[in-house]
Write a protein that binds this ligand. Structure first.
Ligand code: NDP
Length: 502
């Protein structure tokens, strides 16, 4: 088992009330309904959000449309937009503790981890501010004496941004500042489970100088609000992060009006380990990759593909390390694994574990939920002897569950790594860089880590192959993703006529 840290009661905390942001105004919504969030680590209500209806969503989209078609934001200089984004980054920094507390209680994440995520988000806002000033097109002065070609990058228009619950503040930072940098206007829908920090971001953006209607934030269900955001004809692009199933639906919805779609979806990410790897480094990275964010992470290293000769030793060492991992109170600064997002999700994770055990996998560590009397928790689970036909080897569990498979040759390892529908990320471990590069180039995934896992930087593009998504976030092209390309084909001097009377 792991070290258990029972959550302390949330003393002195009152339920935080939020409204929605439409056209620069905080409003209650036409139906006056609300949604309540029960903290997954504490079992008490911590937030109450005004719930948007389809009508509120329509108003938000039309406000964004007007702000794009007639408002100042797309017409400002890039330097002016960049300055607003920089101010937003500094304001986020100054409210870091408030944002971190909200994400920790609403998502059940460890507070120390959330602080890191928010600092990461600040860096992304600053990176987007820098990219804003470098957004430019191309010119062609090589098309002949009579022709000059100029290729413009124009903001694509109104963008619907839909985000999940597992990294509420970080994921919106991977989208919104880049859309704003390009000059777009947006309607944002965070997950109804963890909307608080995105609503705080709305306050920050107003203070930073984002004009009314440029960023609208709605809390509501995917079925009611998300479906309007992905089908409305006034929306030009949808940027979605979430499950592969809803991503597929989003694409089908957007296809009705042929919107541009960017999708960041699920993963079943392998870590391939050769016998010559630095196993001390790997053991730590394996635990981090699998237990970070309680495994509720698209990038989780949820499949170990170990060379047969080292498998028994590696599993025993990861189990030993996991016994010292601290599970429990999200607000304890030493906690490493916090709460599971909902009771239903915990049940889903338990079903994966029990059906793997029934199917012949050996539970090498953990396996049962942790009961603190309130909230829902699960410590690390290691499943050894997993085979490709088991659901835990192919499907995204989204919990602290590590599946161990083995290989004998590099070709076999690559085959196993590629034998799933996902292709988000992968790790390769060997002291021989030939091995790392040969294997890394053959694994079909958007990010390959070599002798490390889940590192990242604002400069490095992120996204998936296959059913892990479409498009890339971050990196130097991130702002371009929110643009249209326009060609100006200019003629100089007399034209050569198409029909010249002879
Ligand atoms: P979901 O797909 O269930 O939800 C994601 C968002 O989509 C939520 O805001 C949800 O709203 C909304 N939504 C639900 N139904 C619709 C609909 N019909 N139309 C439009 N929007 C809709 O994912 P989860 O929130 O459960 O997040 C977990 C998933 O996200 C995992 O599969 C994970 O892999 C993936 N993910 C991918 C990342 C990546 O970058 N590749 C990063 C992080 C997570 P609501 O839930 O409020 O109803």
């Amino acid at each position: 088992m792991s070290i258990l840290v029972a959550p302390k009661a949330l003393e002195g905390h009152s339920v935080r009330e939020f409204q929605m942001l439409i056209d620069g105004q905080w409003v209650g919504g036409e139906s006056q309904r609300s949604l309540e969030r029960v903290a997954p680590g504490h079992g008490v209500i911590v937030s109450r959000y005004a719930q948007a209806s389809a009508g509120d969503t329509e108003r938000a989209i039309l406000a964004a449309r007007k702000a794009f078609d007639d408002g100042p934001w797309p017409r400002m200089t890039a330097a002016e937009r960049s300055n607003v984004l920089l101010k937003a980054a500094s304001l986020i920094e100054s409210r870091l503790e408030e944002i971190a507390f909200l994400d920790a209680v609403e998502a059940g994440k460890p507070i120390t981890q959330v602080r890191g995520e928010i600092n990461g988000a600040v860096d992304i806002w600053r990176y987007a501010a820098a990219l804003a000033r470098d957004l430019h097109g191309e010119s062609y002065n090589t098309l002949g004496e009579g022709t000059l070609g100029v290729v413009l990058r124009e903001a694509i228009g109104v963008v619907s941004i839909i985000t999940p619950w597992n990294f509420p503040f970080l994921i919106v930072a991977q989208k919104l500042p880049f859309a704003l940098a390009a000059g777009c206007t947006c309607v944002v829908k965070p997950s109804e489970l963890t909307s608080g920090s995105t609503l705080l971001l709305g306050e920050i953006l107003i203070e930073a100088g984002v004009p009314a209607g440029v960023v609208n934030i709605l809390v509501g269900t995917g079925a009611e609000v998300g479906s309007v955001m992905t089908t409305h004809p006034a929306v030009d692009m949808v940027s979605f992060t979430g499950s592969t199933g809803v991503g597929r639906l989003t694409m089908a919805n957007a296809a009705q009006t042929l919107k541009k779609v960017s999708l960041e979806l699920g993963g079943k990410n392998p870590q391939i380990v050769f016998p010559d790897a630095n196993l001390d480094e790997f053991i730590d990275a394996a635990a981090f990759g699998a237990w970070f964010n309680a495994g509720e992470c698209c990038n989780a290293g949820s499949r170990l593909i170990l060379h047969k000769s080292i498998a028994t030793d590696v599993v025993a060492r990861i189990a030993k390390l996991s016994a010292g991992v601290r599970v429990g109170d999200p607000l304890d600064p030493l906690t490493q694994i916090g709460a599971i997002i909902t009771p239903e999700h915990l049940q889903k994770i338990e079903t994966y574990v029990s059906s793997a055990a029934t199917g012949g996998a050996r539970v090498a560590h953990g396996g049962a939920a942790v009961n603190f009397g309130a909230g829902q928790f699960m410590g690390p689970v290691i499943l050894d002897g997993v085979t490709q036909d088991m659901a835990v080897a192919r499907e995204e569990v989204f919990g602290p569950v590590l599946s161990v498979l083995t290989f004998e040759t590099a070709e076999e390892a690559i085959r196993i790594a590629n034998a799933v529908d996902y292709g988000l990320s992968a790790g390769v471990w060997s002291r021989d860089f030939d091995t790392c590069l040969t294997v890394g180039r053959k694994v079909r995934a958007g990010t390959i880590w070599m002798n490390t896992f889940m590192d990242g930087a604002s400069e490095l593009p992120f996204g998936g192959y296959k059913q892990s998504g479409q498009g890339r976030e971050l990196g130097r092209h991130a702002v371009e993703d929110y643009t249209e390309t326009k060609t100006l084909n200019m003629h100089i001097g007399p034209r050569t006529g198409w029909w010249m009377p002879r």
